[in-house]
Design a protein around this ligand. Structure first.
Ligand SMILES: Cc1cc2nc3c(=O)[nH]c(=O)nc-3n(C[C@H](O)[C@H](O)[C@H](O)COP(=O)(O)O)c2cc1C
Length: 355
């Protein structure tokens, strides 16, 4: 049974012939995951996603930019007529008509859905993509065993992204870490005869995390926080510095909706919140400061530019618990290559402990 599950990885790879093993994905971080980041990851043998987010009005320009970058420098082994990247959206806020129009026009190799208002919305979006571009694979990010089963049965996605509680940015307010969530999800699907490749997301930042996720039942991994320190990610120097400085993410990051309140992103369905580095906004909120006052101070902090970040600042630094493993600024190509190179050494080391 266990060995059979590893075949899912091979199936996944065959959809994306430009990728290498193990399968590494860069997350669709809203407006941070630029076409440049996504294509650098795909060019290095991973699969990069553009982060179109909830208000997807930027998507046409993002895809124009991707096409222009590719026309100067195509990626070998891209399936005919397709874009060698994925598009990630946040369903609760996105426009289905803009999305399907763009998917039909550009035919990305994958789309990524996350955070619908209701599970039934995912059925509509999945069908719309399959009508618009039958070869585009549908990925859906979930965070519990129950939602994995529901989505698997209702939508029959091509890939399930299993997001654990360590993940940076938004995720379920109540969820488990990947150590339990991946194997339980894998078993629950297998018990019902559902064979869908799983991608582990949340707290993975290097070859050790990748190896562990593969052992837990994932066919590949997705990283967000690790790519924040790449120059291709569209974040300010202050944000990047805050990520590089943060350590010991279990105590120095928190899941909270304070950051949504101060930034005015309060339309998220109630079951979600976001993980970010603990800073003054969070500490003040915990001490009883009202959202109104906190929001006012946040707005004032924005004028400080790069100085408004870090534990003594107020600017929101969404990042996961693995933030302490992100120690230096590094190109996205180097990140992917480093992991691809190191992973078999890690797995070999583990094997040595078992034989
Ligand atoms: C800054 C940031 C922004 C994110 N934005 C999105 C998003 O727009 N859509 C989405 O589906 N996931 C988003 N995520 C979550 C990722 O898809 C993924 O689950 C997460 O990054 C994995 O955990 P890690 O950050 O520990 O690698 C975001 C994550 C981060 C760190």
């Amino acid at each position: 049974m266990a060995a059979k599950r590893f075949l899912n990885g091979a199936k996944l790879q065959s959809h994306y012939p430009f990728t290498k093993k193990p399968f590494i994905v860069s997350a669709p971080m809203r407006l941070i995951s630029t076409p440049k980041l996504a294509l650098t990851v795909s060019r290095a043998g991973g699969l990069g996603f553009i982060g179109a987010g909830s208000d997807i009005n930027h998507l046409p320009a993002q895809l124009d930019e991707a096409a222009s970058l590719l026309s100067q420098n195509p990626i070998p082994n891209t399936p005919d007529g397709m874009l060698p990247l994925g598009i990630g959206i946040i369903n609760w806020g996105a426009s289905l008509s803009i999305f399907t129009q763009e998917v039909q026009k550009w035919k990305p190799v994958a789309v990524w859905f996350f955070a619908p208002r209701s599970p039934a919305d995912l059925v509509t979006w999945t069908q719309a993509v399959r009508d618009a571009s039958p070869d585009t694979k549908v990925w859906i990010q979930i965070g519990t065993v129950a939602s994995a089963l529901e989505v698997a049965q209702e939508c029959k996605p091509d890939v399930l992204v299993v997001q654990g509680s360590d993940a940076g940015g938004h995720g379920l307010a109540r969820s488990a870490g990947l150590m339990a969530l991946l194997p339980e999800t894998s078993d629950a699907l297998a018990d019902r005869g559902l064979s869908i490749p799983l991608i582990g997301a949340g707290g993975i930042a290097d070859a050790r995390g990748v190896s562990a996720a593969l052992a837990l039942g994932a066919s590949g991994v997705c990283m967000g926080t690790r790519f924040l320190a790449c120059p291709e990610a569209q974040i300010s120097q202050g944000y990047r510095r805050a990520v590089l400085e943060a350590q010991d993410g279990g105590v120095n990051t928190a899941r909270t909706n304070v950051y949504d309140h101060i930034r005015g992103t309060t339309e998220w369905p109630e079951i979600y919140n976001g993980r970010g580095v603990i800073n003054k906004s969070y500490v003040d909120s915990e001490a009883g400061m009202s959202h109104e006052e906190n929001k006012r101070l946040y707005a004032a902090e924005e004028s400080k530019g790069d100085e408004g970040w870090g534990v003594q600042g107020r600017m929101t630094t969404y990042a996961g618990t693995a933030v302490g493993l992100v120690k230096k600024e590094m190109g996205a190509r180097e990140v992917v290559e480093e992991i691809l190179t190191e992973v078999s050494g890690v797995i070999g080391g583990v094997k040595g402990l078992c034989e």
